[in-house]
Design a protein around this ligand. Sequence first.
Ligand SMILES: Cc1cc2nc3c(=O)[nH]c(=O)nc-3n(C[C@H](O)[C@H](O)[C@H](O)COP(=O)(O)O)c2cc1C
Ligand code: SF4
Length: 413
Amino acid sequence: MPEERRIALSYLGRVEPGSIDDYIAAGGYAALKAALARQPDELVAELSASGLRGRGGAGFPTGRKERSTAQACEECDCYVVCNADEGEPGTFKDRVIMEGEPHVLVEGMIIAAYAIGAGAGYIYIRGEYSRSIELVGKAIADARQGGFLGKNLLGSGYSFDIELRRGAGSYLCGEELTLLESLEGKRGYPRIKPPFPAEVGYRGTPTLVSNVETFANLPFIAERGAEAYLALGTPSSPGTKIFCLSGDVEKPGFVEVEFGTSLRSLVEDFAGGVRGGGRPLAVLLGGAAGTFVPGEDLDLPMDFDGLRKLGLTLGSGAVMVLGPRRSLSAMISSMMDFFRHESCGKCIPCRVGTHRLARAAARLVETPKAERKMLLGSMVAEARLMASTSLCPLGQSPVLPLESAFARLQDSL
Ligand SMILES: Cc1cc2nc3c(=O)[nH]c(=O)nc-3n(C[C@H](O)[C@H](O)[C@H](O)COP(=O)(O)O)c2cc1C
Ligand code: SF4
């Protein structure tokens, strides 16, 4: 059985969550000191060399984003924004980080900010996460008090501070450009991409937007170097990943393991297998904007590119198990309802398309089994059309679970 390997969660259970004294005693903020002793461009090079990929869902190389933001920052003020909105169904890893040891996020953000030359940062946090809000707020205040944030931090000559902002329950506001609109106090409508946040972000200035788990990996890289990071995981997805294990399993929860760990191991070893025994009907990877894997295909290495080659998604790390007695059609119906509810209505293909898909999915549940395949096929065609004409990635998401169910699970409808 593969072992857990903790980086983002390395302090979990070892310290009193939110206690800066415990965090420092356990080795916290040593990475920041090491980072401040280096030139910012050296640090960007180290972070790029580590191959770290964003943990918010898309797996985009973080170093590449930092490099382009740093270049744009040379000419104007710029910002670092942490995406802590965590709205993807089945995903709760950022909450575990923030409630387990919020200082690792604060430290990671300061390191990223120093590397790119940002003067201010924001954490946009899911409004329902009251405990996370409390702990992250306290961690920011204690870090400021301890000289790790604010003017001339740790006597380095560098100044940076962080402000906490609460989201208001919109899934779409987790999308980075929509998040920036909301952060600016505007309605959560998406912006057209490009330009990307690295060019035109918060208040029109270059902004690095990264996920909580992404930032929580930075102290390790800054302190131990890219080589140590590359020694973990797979060549194209180095390091570790927190997976959220939920659904019909014996032991729902979370686990941080090296990339490349098999899906079977996550389901059978870490989640204890299907509740009540038997083989899963399917596993949904990556949440509502994710893909279904049939229960007989669990021998898949969990890394970004390996899954992508198979037309699957790793996404945010959600692993939702459907037991043998679940109805796949009912699951699809609930997912289409979710998209209908979360569509912002700005563009017609998604505003109308999500309603039509939700109605069709409700019919799928009631349709005789023999006719479900045909109905799902027509839903896939509609979702493809919607994906190619919608304004933002939300409208491009329903096609993912629908296509994967159509390709691999027609007989389980
Ligand atoms: C509809 C939608 C919702 C999203 N929600 C989140 C979220 O809750 N948290 C997150 O980190 N990224 C979310 N993302 C991805 C962000 O747009 C962005 O890619 C991410 O914050 C970049 O961080 P990373 O490079 O560290 O992954 C969402 C994307 C879409 C399209
Ligand atoms: S695709 Fe959907 S969520 Fe995105 S802008 Fe259009 S209506 Fe809004």
